[in-house]
Design a protein around this ligand. Structure first.
Ligand code: 8YV
Length: 330
């Protein structure tokens, strides 16, 4: 039985504006404080929120570190994250204070994989370069050699992180006749590998040296921070491109920008950045880089489903049951 077991209407503080239907349901079910203005909360505002709430509903834009959690009152027993990644939450600090953490896995898999494919097509085929030229009124007509990119059919894709999203990317890649390779903490069961026609590389460095396209699909953890550091990035072949729809901090962004600038890496498609929403100015200068504002899961369907997961996790917890999407305790 949770500490909230007797509370019919837990006090829930939501840090950002969520889809309308979710906010409406939240207000029906819980004593909820919404952020209709949608301005990101400062550390002090987050501290005030954790001092007051039974349940906090943060997003990727909230840094819930040990300092913020030090302000939490005894009543804060659940952090029901709106999002799958929980790297912005200090799980050790939460655990020490007996705070449970849930997330929203599974419902953003396909959308994020779609966006990964969109970038995977956009960079080699130079789609955004073409768009930019056309909109600037600089297109003077078809020529046989204008904006030639590279074919993706038959190329080798190395997926880093073969969880739900990585596998969804692999399925799509197979449909484009791309050869799927992957690096993961553990090798997938043979039947899954067979289904995805995926080749496992235990050694990431070796895989990087042989790929045409690399897609980052692993979570950000202490182990994956700057997993693609300068030394590793240099293992890539000069014609390789990198796609990142996971977390910016997994790649040393400065090194990536430097290596693309000097032609040691052919390009990148990035939906996530090390210091979001600040973008490394070097990246902004590069034509062979496609930059998107962290929109992997930005579909009405996906964001609504994420909200529904948050609702279910809170309701289950308030009813004294184990919420379905437990990150902490596992
Ligand atoms: C979300 C994401 O939009 O779920 C995740 O981990 O990166 C995004 O798809 C964001 O995290 C919402 O908090």
């Amino acid at each position: 039985m949770s500490q909230m077991g007797n509370k019919n209407r837990p006090k829930v503080i939501v840090t950002r504006k969520l889809p309308d239907s979710i906010e409406t349901r939240m207000a029906e079910l819980f004593d909820v404080k919404l952020n209709l203005a949608d301005t990101p909360m400062s550390a002090d505002q987050l501290k005030a929120a954790v001092a007051e709430a039974d349940v906090l509903v943060p997003t990727v834009t909230d840094t819930i570190d040990a300092d913020v959690l030090s302000a939490a009152g005894e009543q804060l027993t659940l952090i029901a994250n709106f999002g799958a990644g929980v790297d912005h939450i200090d799980l050790t600090a939460a655990k020490d204070r007996g705070i449970k953490v849930t997330n929203t896995p599974g419902v953003l898999t396909e959308d994020t994989a779609d966006l990964t494919m969109a970038l995977l097509l956009s960079v080699p085929r130079r789609l955004f370069e073409g768009e930019k030229i056309l909109r600037a009124g600089e297109w003077t007509g078809w020529t046989p050699t204008f904006l030639m990119g590279h074919r993706i059919e038959g190329k080798r894709l190395g997926i880093i992180g073969m969880g739900r999203i990585g596998r969804a990317v692999a399925r799509r890649a197979r449909a484009f006749n791309i050869a799927v390779h992957y690096h993961n903490r553990t090798q997938l069961p043979q039947e899954v590998e067979g289904e995805l026609e995926a080749t496992y590389w235990e050694d990431l460095d070796q895989m990087l040296g042989r790929m045409d396209i690399v897609s980052v699909n692993c979570p950000l953890t202490a182990d994956t921070h700057h997993l693609l550091n300068r030394t590793r990035l240099k293992k890539l072949q000069p014609h390789a491109v990198i796609i990142n729809t996971a977390r910016g901090e997994i790649i040393d962004e400065e090194a990536l920008a430097d290596l693309i600038e000097v032609g040691r890496i052919a390009g990148a498609g990035l939906d996530v950045f090390e210091a979001e929403p600040t973008i490394n100015p070097k990246l902004l200068e590069l034509d062979n880089v496609v930059l998107l504002p962290h929109m992997g899961s930005a579909t009405i369907e996906g964001r609504t489903a994420m909200g529904e997961k948050v609702l279910i996790n809170i309701q289950a917890y308030a009813d004294g049951h184990r919420p379905p999407d437990r990150v902490l305790p596992i």
